[in-house]
Design a binder for this molecule. Structure first.
Ligand code: FES
Length: 99
């Protein structure tokens, strides 16, 4: 069983580059990456929006995710190849995603 998700309310502003869409998106501290990319018009699937279902799992091309979900195993978190956009952030605060 994996750890319970944490919420991103205290997170820093992030800069996210969506490589496929060729788009840079600023993610405010009180907004999830999922919300920000959807507002920008990218159709990322989601169901729970609290890091428990895995629907928003997205490939990370560059950057270091700060995993806050309850889906990935410790090994998957350490590998950092994917992340849940609904709750996770990044440290340092930038990412390049396969979107
Ligand atoms: S929408 Fe369920 S883990 Fe992100």
């Amino acid at each position: 069983m994996t750890a319970a998700p944490e919420h991103a309310g205290d997170a820093a502003r992030l800069e996210v580059v969506c490589a496929v869409a060729d788009m840079a998106i600023a993610v405010p501290p009180d907004t999830s990456i999922l919300e920000a990319v959807r507002r920008a018009g990218l159709p990322v699937p989601a169901a729970c929006a609290d890091g428990r279902c895995g629907a928003c799992e997205t490939r990370v091309l560059e950057g270091r995710p700060d995993h806050r979900d309850g889906v990935l195993t410790g090994e998957e978190r350490a590998y950092g190849e994917t992340m849940m956009l609904c709750v996770s952030r990044a440290t340092p605060p930038w990412l390049v995603l396969d979107l």
